[in-house]
Design a protein around this ligand. Sequence first.
Ligand code: GCU
Length: 689
Amino acid sequence: MNQYDDCWLRYSCVVEGERLDSYRRWCTHAYVAETAPELNAVRDELRRALPELLGTDPHLWQHPPTTVEGFLAIGTPADMEMIAESVPVDVVHDLDDGGFLIRSVSWDGMDCLVVTAPTDRGLVYGTFHLLRLMQIGEPIEELSVREEPAYEHRVLNQWDTPFHRSVERGYGGESIFDWERLPDLRPRYEAYARLLASVGINGIVLNNVNTTKPSRASANDAFEAFEGWQLLESRRLEDLTGLASMFRRYGIRTYLSVNFASPMLVGGLDTADPENPDVRAWWREKVDEIYDLIPDFGGFLVKADSEGQPGPYDYDRDHVAGANAIAAALEPHGGRVWWRAFVYGSHEDRAVQAYETFEPLDGAFADNVTVQIKNGPVDFQPREPVSTLFGAMSETNLGLELQITGEYTGQGVHATYHLPMWKEVLEFDTYADGEDTPVRSLFEDDGAGIVGVGNVGEDHNWTGHYLAQANLYAFGRVVWSPDRSTEAITEEWIHQTFGTDEDVVDTVSEILQHSWEACIDYETGGLGLMHMMHNGEEYLENHYHPSPKEWPGYHGASEDGIGVDRTESGSGYAAQYPPPIADRYNSVRTCPEKYLLFFHHLPWEYELTDGTTVVQRLYDNCFAGVEEIERLRERWHGLDGAIDDRRYRHVAERFDEQLAHAKRWRTVLTSYFYEYSGVPDEQGRIRDE
Ligand code: GCU
């Protein structure tokens, strides 16, 4: 058995006959440029993949082979005369960084396949793309592929907690990085880089946004326990250089989460006030030091003034002052600050806070600051309406923060596929620039981008649940190309991961595509309620088990009804949207059912459009969610013998656990709704449990 699972880079030979002949004809001989470290990665990947795909070892040439029938050439036009002569160079140069062409061409009387790009990173993506086509059995005889990433920044936020061997909100095992052993590199890091690069991710923040851990016992004891802030110490930075070079080979820039109070924690100053000249000088010197070690360093991610992390409010400064001070140090090097908009405040309704804090600051952030906003206004719930900030900060570089990991969606025990959720978010019309300004259109300018909180740890299967690998894959693919359909992305993942057998593909695809709605139903009742999870003993732990009594403010259950009034008569959150959306959500008649109780507090027996009462719909959805998991589990059982035993059994066991847990959710929620409403389920199911 491999040391770790290959995920979607299995390269298992799926074709035979003519298709295999044609793969062999084009790819047995490969001529790869030698100019950049990225091309070493390309060559290594060919060496790994081609023997599996072709059933024969490839020959890698340092010049165009003249004695063979057809070959594969990979390089930029500047690297290779043969490429400059056989593809339209202006078309190549028009591509954005990361873009590539794959063309069947004729050169010197010979048919060849060319992968070319304006940058070396594009060659990595082009190579992975070609290998993907072969993994899924596509024809490659007459290729004319032109691809470009939709966004400049496609970043993975790895919430790895240095020196604690853990990943916050990670359910795939302990730390992927062995922090104490750096600068030594483990083969696993490269395997991780390959997975990320193969789906187009071009940046990684190595560590947890929580770089210190506030003690619950005493607010003054703020810097105990988490040591992520130490990564800015000189000895630690030196340790990171090898890791950063390894990622560079795969076109991935390295970033760090940093603590706003680093000038104090690391630098020994007595303040971190962003207006203080010593503080600014400290950041400058620190950043210069980093770029000496890591010349393509990407920049910093900052969580400030939130959940006990220090920030500019400690000095009566606003977020612009805080972000811009650090950005000024990075600017001469081309580095960027990703400044999170995840803040709390004095409001009873947490949803309104981020907008109130950040909207007034629109236009004031430096060019090399990106304001990183979670998809919804609360916190990665199974479903949330899209954050109001996306429609309100047209003069700011925006970053969309998605959660790849399943913090609130079953934590790697439940099979919950997030792509349908992300699609819903990306397609949402923000009206930021009038009608037809969907979320996905907001990150196209330089400086904007999409980031995902990762789900990888050191488990053999990387993500805890084999099917959760699909979330990592889908994140990269949808961020590369948000127009690509859920079906297409899902299917290509299955083809590469489980093969092309139709029954397997249909089954896995159905499971994935139905899993999210099922989770919403049993964890929330499906009408826009949220955060009924238990918060464990440990600081920032848990969010797995049902516990609706713990956080009544999030769902507003009372004897007279349920839901949170976020209209004008309530917290006013709905009014933060531009008028057409605000009107839609403010009115109970036009508010979509899926968000109804997010925006409205309604009597338990309020009648929905089809005549069903609110409480009955909540019951029905909780039951429907569990039934759906039963059905999907059965579907999975149908794959016994059709896929390898290891993965079959793993997922089957997880499904047993998921079903039991979904039932627990259903029992707790329906009993809770019944307890408050006093309205029995029409079908008498609650008492039967
Ligand atoms: C959630 C999550 C925390 C995380 C925080 C954040 O609250 O539970 O683990 O630190 O979000 O996004 O910073």
